[in-house]
Design a protein around this ligand. Structure first.
Ligand SMILES: Nc1ncnc2c1ncn2[C@@H]1O[C@H](COP(=O)(O)OP(=O)(O)O)[C@@H](O)[C@H]1O
Ligand SMILES: [Mg+2]
Length: 349
């Protein structure tokens, strides 16, 4: 099968995505597929004229993720072909020439439904959920509202933060709290705040990220993540960062976080977490696979935080570890995602 792996793009999670894409492309080649890795933003820019991307080596440096998210502004200056399109030269033609596009993208321009809608219109099958479900799941406020009747989520308020509104928001918020952009990922822009001064700083940062912000009740407890593959929950994984919370650095620096899979929790908690992940998956109309994040308090109360429709596939990522605990190795996971996605697209999902 001819598989185009799309990665990179204009997202703060660009480097995470390049890491996911490099590993997925390698795994598919190892399984004997024709696979090419293409950067959504740069496309053929930087490649020699007439280059065969299906034969191109996979850059080793993509596999590691830096400690910090990249500066996206600098990318525009680096693209030789210029223009205003977030889709690089030759990308759409490459997509049309493939049997399926494997979306190794994360966050904005990848996980938010827009590339899915573009590929739908082009008639090109792609992996993961469809455009509407992806767009809804990307929005933390809409997601929480849609699942509220079925799973417990931390109390929250969604606000549009401006410099002028910060004092009023700081004065009335309950602490401790978590401040997060309405539509981001990889903990980019997420702050856990204990004091009004910390809240003020976090809100000032959220203005820079566009202002639409979720201020959420802080849940003190253990962190779990549960993947859903083809409608069924995989074994849960517990996330134990060595220092601080599960922020960008702790997500992608090998050894920074201890991941225990299957999580060492009572069987009842495991069952409830699996059921909650599947309930969210269904409520949002997701397909193929996804990964739901939770906090669980000492008495076993489970709080759903968010669900990721194109979860990471990097060396430190969680879904591959959960799949391995269920006896599914990384290349088989990639092939399962492709097979299930081709079925989902046929069904119009
Ligand atoms: N309400 C909360 N209580 C405690 N920790 C939280 C809460 N919300 C988020 N976190 C922490 O922040 C991390 C990122 O938040 P999350 O909502 O999953 O956003 P992202 O899309 O950036 O992954 C979580 O993995 C968790 O460690
Ligand atoms: Mg998360």
């Amino acid at each position: 099968m001819k598989i185009l792996v799309l990665a990179g793009g204009l997202s703060p999670e660009r480097n995470v995505s390049l890491s996911s894409g490099a590993l997925v492309c390698q795994a598919l080649r190892d399984k004997g597929h024709q696979a090419a890795l293409v950067d959504l933003f740069f496309g053929l820019d930087g490649h020699e004229e007439g280059a065969d991307l299906y034969a191109a080596p996979i850059p080793e440096e993509f596999k590691r993720v830096d400690r910090q998210a990249p500066d996206l502004g600098a990318l525009w200056a680096r693209r030789r072909s210029g223009g205003r399109s977030a889709i690089g030269p030759g990308v759409l033609e490459l997509c049309q020439g493939a049997d399926i596009v494997y979306l190794a993208l994360h966050g904005t321009c990848g996980e938010d439904g827009r590339i899915q809608a573009t590929l739908d219109l082009l008639g090109v099958p792609y992996t993961g959920s469809g455009c509407l479900a992806s767009a809804i799941a990307m929005d933390k406020d809409l997601t929480k509202r849609l699942v509220a009747g079925q799973v417990k989520t931390p109390r929250w308020e969604t606000v549009t933060v401006t410099e002028e509104r910060i004092p009023e928001l700081v004065a009335r918020a309950a602490l401790p709290a978590v401040v997060k952009p309405i539509a981001s990922g990889s903990s980019v822009g997420v702050y856990i705040v204990n004091t009004r001064a910390e809240l003020e700083n976090a809100l000032a940062e959220s203005v820079k990220l566009g202002g639409r912000t979720v201020i959420e009740e802080y849940i003190s407890g253990r962190e779990l993540s549960v993947a859903v593959l083809e409608g069924r929950a995989l074994p849960s994984i517990e996330i134990i960062p060595k220092v601080g919370f599960y922020d960008y650095a702790n997500k992608y620096q090998p050894g920074a976080t201890q991941e225990v899979c299957p999580a060492q929790i009572p069987a009842q908690w495991e069952e409830r977490a699996g059921q909650a992940a599947v309930a969210v998956f269904q409520a949002l109309g997701l397909s193929v696979y996804a990964r739901a994040d939770f906090m669980v308090t000492g008495d076993g109360t489970l709080y759903f935080l968010e669900i990721n429709t194109l979860p990471g596939m990097t060396p430190t990522s969680l879904v591959p570890q959960e799949a391995a605990a269920a006896g599914i190795d990384y290349p088989t996971l990639c092939e399962t995602i492709i097979r299930a996605s081709l079925e989902a697209r046929k069904g119009g999902l």
